[in-house]
Design a protein around this ligand. Structure first.
Ligand code: ADP
Ligand code: MG
Length: 658
């Protein structure tokens, strides 16, 4: 059985329309191990076409092309890949080394595709590079080598998987005469070691080295002559083991490494793309983390702030009574403090009638900008609010001193700070103004109030007195005080939700905390919607950007893809390399997004801590992981299309690309 036999091979190229070009006509020829065959002929005579058929790059022909008796025209794609990987070594005129890989990596790539262990790969490559005299250059990049050296690297690459057939298409075409003879020596040695070498050449001198010279003209073999005596070539027996060498495929790790090496060549581009696509992921991470931070804050505040047995009720909001115009952003703050419309007797009766309400307390909040004040040591200090004590405030809220008894007053921390640390126990005068009448009275400071958590109201100066004290004080001046806030007391905290919904049904407003919560929730919702919008759009943009960049990469690397195919890369391997690139872009942009989000988190929390004493952003490890994971997945999805395009490229076409 011959090593290689062509029987009646015809090759047509399809041209535009129904036209066909007959590139090879009835080729009948056979080859043996240890032959060094030169194919000569005019340019355009069909030499490369023949090489591509023998090399398994093109299986679209008629007739039979038998390798060890098997017709490669009938091979499946998988068999053809394996044939190229293990039986054939390809050497090209223009070397076709992969520019971003070192000499070592270029030579071992075919083994990498077979997932051979690194030690074994390097050992084998060193052996072969030594044979071609390049052992000193293994860590150079191709552009640091001379033409002759490049071709020797390409030969080493062709030999790495120990193929039986070496196909060389004008291997010395781009070399000067001195390097030509170096390369020819190496090629002769290869044939001498028992391999079949088929080489296309234009040069008489090169042809004179061969054991056989075949001339092609117009796609037909017109001469087949013996060259130098085959007996001069000391043919070694090739090992009989020509069966499957490797069924292993490109490993995930190797394809990541290949992708990484390529991306390193285009650092700026890849950094910019990663940066661009990180914006979407960043907003996703922040979106999740803001909601989380605020939720944490509210849980905390509500627990500290509100007595669970007390339900606060306010009259429905009436912004016209606010001391600020309705469109003043601060007017929200005042509506948080409750309406200024008083409860009438019939309102109180209604509230008392709610199921599970054991008792009610009256309350009053007087809010002003500048008209209310306290005088201490003849110094007048304006207060923002004069409120009454309710069961909502327990002694645990009093930081210093105690709850106010009759004729006593409690100051909040902000006001106490202004009046001095030793204020507890001192007498101060409270000046208030209601309906354009001024009243004043002396109170003893009994304690300092602290809500337990910092709220937007913490910075306002406030005082708290007993409702009855205030009522009595005003009665003396012939003013009848009516409550603006009611507190409903129950005896089991399981009842509070029911009471709250009953209040709502009756048309009254909830507690100031609830109004505040609502306001914040609205604000957070708005931020979340904006971020969701941004992230949605920018995720789409990132996906398209990655798509475009990978398409460009495919176009740029068409030739490289052709080379990879020629040395036996399967579609899957090519696809994997490009998907790995997408994976890396996704990983980088995810990590960048995480980094920027963390910086934003720190900045935002510093600001919000100063203003409200809370951390608005809280990136948990789960969100971080989710963000990076989503980035990788989106990127890989975007990479699928370009990767498939790369995988589908025709090797012959790709190699022809300049
Ligand atoms: P050689 O290598 O001997 O110079 P080729 O084998 O490259 O010649 O080409 C042989 C003939 O086939 C040429 O006339 C060329 O124009 C034609 N040919 C090669 N490739 C194609 C193709 N893809 N489509 C159409 N014609 C082609
Ligand atoms: Mg050619």
């Amino acid at each position: 059985m011959k090593l290689l036999e062509l029987k009646n091979v015809n090759k047509y190229y399809n041209l535009a329309g129904t036209q066909r070009y007959h590139a090879l006509t009835n080729v009948n020829v056979s080859f043996e191990k240890g032959e060094l065959v030169s194919i000569i002929g005019e340019s355009g005579s069909g030499k490369s076409t023949l090489m591509n058929l023998i090399g398994g790059l093109d299986s679209d022909f008629s007739g039979e092309l038998l390798v060890e008796g098997k017709n490669i025209g009938t091979f499946s794609e998988k068999e053809l890949d394996r044939y190229r990987k293990n039986k054939i070594g390809f050497v090209f005129q223009s070397f076709n080394l992969i520019p971003h890989l070192s000499v070592l990596d270029n030579v071992t790539i075919a083994m990498t595709l077979s997932n051979v262990s690194k030690d074994k790969r390097v050992k084998r490559a060193e052996e072969i590079l030594k044979d071609v005299g390049l052992e000193k250059h293994i860590h150079k990049k191709p552009n640091q080598l001379s033409g002759g050296q490049k071709q020797r690297v390409a030969i080493a690459r062709a030999l790495i998987n120990d193929p039986e057939i070496i196909v060389a298409d004008e291997p010395t075409g781009a070399l000067d005469s001195q390097t030509t003879s170096q390369v020819l020596d190496i090629i002769t040695d290869i044939a001498r070691s028992g391999k079949l070498v088929i080489m296309v050449t234009h040069s008489e001198k090169v042809a004179s080295y061969s054991s056989r010279v075949i001339e092609i003209s117009d796609g037909q073999i017109v001469a087949d002559k013996k060259g130098i005596d085959i007996d001069d070539l000391n043919v070694a027996e090739v090992s009989a083991d020509t069966a499957e060498k490797d069924k292993q495929n490109l490993s995930f790790f190797s394809s990541i490494k290949l992708a990484f090496l390529n991306m390193k060549e285009k650092k700026t581009r890849n950094i910019l793309v990663s940066l661009g696509s990180s914006i979407g992921i960043m907003s996703v991470i922040l979106m999740l983390s803001i909601g989380n931070g605020v939720k944490g804050y509210f849980n905390n505040t509500m627990k500290n702030y509100v007595n669970p047995l007390v339900v606060e009720v306010n009259m429905p909001q009436d912004k016209s009574k606010s001391p600020l115009p309705a469109d003043d952003p601060r007017s929200n703050m005042f509506s948080m403090m409750g309406s200024q419309t008083p409860f009438e007797e019939k309102d109180i009766e209604k509230l008392k009638g709610i199921k599970n309400v054991k008792s009610v307390e009256e309350g009053f909040n007087l809010i002003s900008l500048g008209t209310n004040s306290v005088t201490y040591n003849d110094k007048k200090t304006a207060v923002m609010a004069v409120a009454t004590i309710s069961s909502n405030i327990t002694s645990s809220n009093i930081k210093k001193g105690s709850l106010p008894k009759k004729d006593e007053i409690v100051l909040n921390e902000a006001l106490a700070k202004k009046l001095g640390d030793d204020i507890v126990g001192k007498k101060i005068t409270l000046n208030i103004s209601i309906d354009e009448h001024s009243y004043k009275n002396d109170f003893t400071v009994s304690g300092i109030y602290s809500p337990g958590a910092t709220t937007p109201m913490s910075d306002m100066d406030m005082t708290y007195v007993n409702y009855n004290d205030l009522k009595e004080l005003l009665k003396n001046e012939n003013y009848e005080l009516k409550p603006t806030t009611m507190y409903l007391i129950t005896d089991n905290k399981n009842y509070t939700e029911g009471i709250k919904s009953e209040i709502e049904k009756l048309g009254y407003g909830g507690s100031s905390q609830e109004i505040m919560t609502k306001m914040f929730t609205q604000m957070i919702d708005m931020i979340t919607y904006v971020l969701a919008g941004i992230s949605g759009i920018s995720l789409l943009v990132s996906a398209i950007m990655i798509l475009v960049v990978l398409y460009i990469s495919v176009v740029e690397r068409t030739k490289e893809i052709g080379v990879l195919k020629a040395i036996g890369a399967r579609r899957k391997d090519i696809k994997r390399i490009f998907v790995s690139e997408a994976f890396l872009i996704g990983l980088f942009s995810g990590v960048i997004a995480l980094g920027i989000s963390s910086i934003i988190m720190m900045a935002a929390n510093t600001v919000s801590n100063k203003a409200f004493g809370i951390n608005v952003v809280n990136i948990t490890p789960a969100y971080a992981l989710f963000g990076v994971g989503a980035s990788i997945i989106i990127s890989m999805i975007a990479g699928i299309m370009p990767a498939s395009k790369a995988a589908k490229l025709d090797p012959v076409e790709s190699l022809r690309r300049e």
